[in-house]
Design a binder for this molecule. Sequence first.
Ligand code: FES
Length: 147
Amino acid sequence: MNRRKALRHLATAALATPLARAQAAPPRPYRVVEVAKLEAEWSFFQFPFDGRHALLLRVPRPPEGDTRSLAVEAQGATVYLVAYHLICTHLGCTPSTPNAERQLVCPCHGSRFHALDGRAADGRPNPPLRAIALEVRDGVVFATGYR
Ligand code: FES
């Protein structure tokens, strides 16, 4: 590598590193809502997260091996919570809140996702909705990043 190439390489690396760090920075934790406000299974709460809409749901006990939901003790029982970034994995529109079939429907091209686990519900090869990592502190749900 000659001197000019070496200097160009160093300049590029110096500029790229802060940009890469900024792009990889995790979203700031967000205080969503008190667990007690999600009074029944399938109740939900919308909130802003990482520049878009997100959805927190209280769901029934998830299938064995599920890694997307969070189980917390509240109201004298185990409560299961899951949250998704509301960005359709087809082309990025904003899916709806759950319908009567417990599906989130995208208004742009009709993709549907299971509210329970975010998987595609319509046979299309769309990836699941992106799950948000949750924590509960003193009875309050916080969105802390992605799963
Ligand atoms: S962007 Fe959601 S179905 Fe196309």
